[in-house]
Design a protein around this ligand. Structure first.
Ligand code: ADP
Ligand code: MG
Length: 644
């Protein structure tokens, strides 16, 4: 029984122990469950962080093999998850040197430097445990490079052993594109500013001259001076259309390198602005440029036949940055030998769409490489220079046109004179009728009175009266015929030196009687210092006679005639002023017209003839109304001397 009891007790104890163990185990299990839940939550949390990160995340083990990535990394590299997990991180870097396309749309050269940079970064990662903001390239599945910015950190365990690395990678394609655009804009702005200031300086000075040679010189100075485009040498060629060639016109720079260094070393650092240089040299090239100018003038580049950079520059208006011209099939090797270098910039000179020639520039002396920017700038410069060249051409052709026009004008004038003569001849016909009419009256009178004298002896007194009438009428006939003859065939002036004052005086003497009979007072205001004139004395006397006679006829009630002479510069002025009836506004414009007369017995030819004579003398005749009463005629004759 005792045994039995013991066993029972023991059993109870054991049971109790077991119960306790179960409770303990349960507690542990709950703890585990809890821990597991926590772990799951943490993992989810981490997953969440990784997945919701806007950057690509890649997690590797300590050797760099990829353990985890997020979807952005897959998107960035263009891979599926199974193509990525387990791969080494280096598989997503450009594998070797070479030229790669990038997602920014340009080509990049991956060289040894790139791999060196990776090595440096890796050692810094080991040293510092992290690499912040590292710009590099990842390679996509399609072999394109993506510019990225990486942040990499090592992961350590509690014993400070590296257990892996986490990289967050950002695609910076867009930023790079913007940066590229920005740099482009900034550079082009910078270039524009330089360009503008050069062009501004140059155009200002270029516009100051129209002489082609000066313009061409200034273009070369602009292309080669330190403050200009800074090329070592420049050559200017213009098209010769007839010969189908580019003709070397002028050049600046040195022929040989030794000479160049000599000049270069003498040159002080440029202390003047381009404008100052251009102004001070005033289109003069320096004497050092003489030999190269000799050379360029012998250069003739054919534009027919073989295609060359020159034909392309001229006909396609293309610019060239020739590097290694020897290997360029469009560049003539013989030309390169003359030039002494096989790298040069070539731009067309284009004005208003037309090619005028080309501008070639090189860095023969310092052998500096010519950049595409340099060529661009040279082209912009050439465009402005071309305008100046074109303007000078235009100016020249305008000058030629003016000359043409003036010779055409002279021709026209000759023709007009001819025409006037023809007109006059045709007027003769018209006049004949008028003359017939005019001379019928005096002729009838003369005939009548003569017949009366013949028929009857009417006594001496009456006969004398008739005779007087006859003489008067015959005078009239003579005058009409005289005017007519002069008019139809104006005599070529027979120039001789003569004294105008004397001619005036003798004219008055002839008209003495008429002046007296008409109660006219004569005033002479003759300049005693008149020079001798080269004139046809008879013709001028005829003019004066006409004018004074008109004046007398304008003063039937009497009046005053004032005649004055005076020197006026290169002219001698004669004025005849009467106090007669004057001329109406309506008539004053017709005075010099043939046949214009207000007189019943006038021919209307006196002033026409007078004007013709004065014109033949190179002078002028004008009429104006006198201030108070009457008319003023003004004659101006040039003071000429006998040639020789
Ligand atoms: P004519 O004397 O035969 O009429 P002219 O050619 O000499 O021809 O003159 C033309 C006209 O001009 C005259 O008829 C007259 O009407 C006008 N005329 C010319 N001179 C004078 C003058 N001094 N005063 C007023 N009228 C004048
Ligand atoms: Mg008259």
């Amino acid at each position: 029984m005792k045994d039995k009891d013991k066993t029972k007790k023991q059993l109870i104890n054991e049971l109790e122990e077991m119960r306790q163990k179960v409770t303990e185990l349960k507690a542990i299990e709950t703890e585990h469950e809890f821990a597991e839940k926590e772990l799951r939550q943490t993992k989810e949390y981490l997953d969440n962080i990784i997945e919701s990160s806007l950057d690509s995340i890649v997690v590797t083990d300590s050797k760099g093999y990829i353990a985890r990535v997020n979807r952005f990394f897959l998107k960035l590299t263009g891979n599926r998850e199974d193509e990525v997990i387990g791969k080494h991180i280096a598989a997503f870097s450009p594998p070797k040197e070479g030229i790669y396309k990038t997602t920014t749309g340009e080509l990049v050269q991956i060289n040894q430097e790139f791999f060196n940079a990776i090595a440096i970064r890796s050692s810094s990662l080991i040293e510092n445990g992290k690499i912040p903001l590292w710009e590099t390239y990842l390679i996509r599945k399609d072999k394109k490079l993506v510019p990225v910015e990486e942040n990499i950190v090592y992961l350590f365990d509690s014993e400070h052993n590296i257990i892996g690395a986490v990289g967050s990678i950002r695609d910076i394609t867009k930023r790079k594109k913007v940066e590229k655009e920005f740099i482009k804009v900034r550079d082009s702005l910078k270039n524009k500013v330089i360009e503008m200031s050069i062009i501004n300086d140059i155009s200002e000075v270029l516009l100051s001259t129209r002489k082609l040679n000066e313009i061409l010189h200034m273009i070369l100075i602009g292309a080669t001076s330190y403050h200009g485009l800074g090329f070592n040498r420049a050559f200017l060629f213009l098209i010769n259309k007839e010969k189908h060639i580019l003709e070397g016109k002028i050049a600046t720079g040195s022929l040989s390198a030794e000479e160049a260094y000599k000049i270069w070393s003498q040159l002080k650092p440029a202390s003047h602005t381009l404008k100052e240089i251009l102004k001070s040299r005033h289109g003069e090239l320096s004497k050092e440029d003489a030999p190269i100018n000799e050379l360029v003038k012998q250069m003739q580049i054919p534009l027919k036949g073989t295609e060359t950079v020159f034909t392309h520059a001229v006909f396609k208006q293309k610019s060239y940055n020739i590097i290694n011209g020897k290997h360029n099939r469009f560049v003539d090797n013989a030309f390169l030998r003359i030039l002494g270098t096989d790298s040069f910039a070539l731009v067309p000179l284009v004005a208003r769409g037309k090619t005028l020639g080309v501008l070639l520039a090189d860095n023969f002396v310092n052998r500096k490489a010519i950049s595409d920017e340099d060529v661009k700038r040279l082209r912009a410069f050439a465009n402005h220079a071309s305008l100046a060249i074109e303007n000078s051409h235009l100016y020249k052709s305008v000058e030629e046109k003016v000359e043409e026009l003036s010779s055409a004008y002279n021709e026209l004038k000759k023709n007009r004179d001819k025409l006037l003569r023809y007109e006059r001849l045709s007027a003769v016909g018209e006049m004949a009728a008028k003359v017939a009419h005019d001379i019928r009256n005096p002729l009838t009178a003369v005939g009548g009175f003569a017949r009366r004298i013949l028929k009857t002896d009417q006594g001496r007194a009456l006969n004398k009266k008739y005779m007087k009438i006859i003489v008067k009428e015959i005078d009239r006939l003579e005058k009409i015929l005289g005017d007519l003859l002069c008019f139809t065939a104006p005599a070529v002036p027979d120039f001789n030196t003569a004294d105008l004052n004397s001619i005036i005086k003798s004219t008055f003497e002839i008209l003495d009687l008429e002046i007296e009979q008409n109660n006219i007072i004569l005033k002479e205001q003759l300049d005693p210092h008149l020079p001798q004139l080269l004139i046809d004395e008879n013709q001028i006397r005829r003019v004066l006679n006409n004018i004074i006679k008109n004046a007398i006829e304008a003063m039937p009630e009497g009046g005053t005639i004032t005649v004055s002479t005076a020197v006026e510069g290169q002219l001698v002025k004669t004025e005849v002023h009467d106090t007669g009836v004057g001329i109406s506004d309506n008539d004053i414009g017709k005075l010099f017209d043939p046949f214009f007369t207000s007189k019943s017995t006038g021919s209307g030819l006196g002033l026409t003839l007078s004007a013709q004579i004065i014109r033949n003398h190179g002078g002028t005749i004008e009429v104006r109304k006198a201030e108070h009463k009457g008319t003023i005629f003004t004659l101006k004759l040039p003071v000429k001397t006998l040639p020789g």
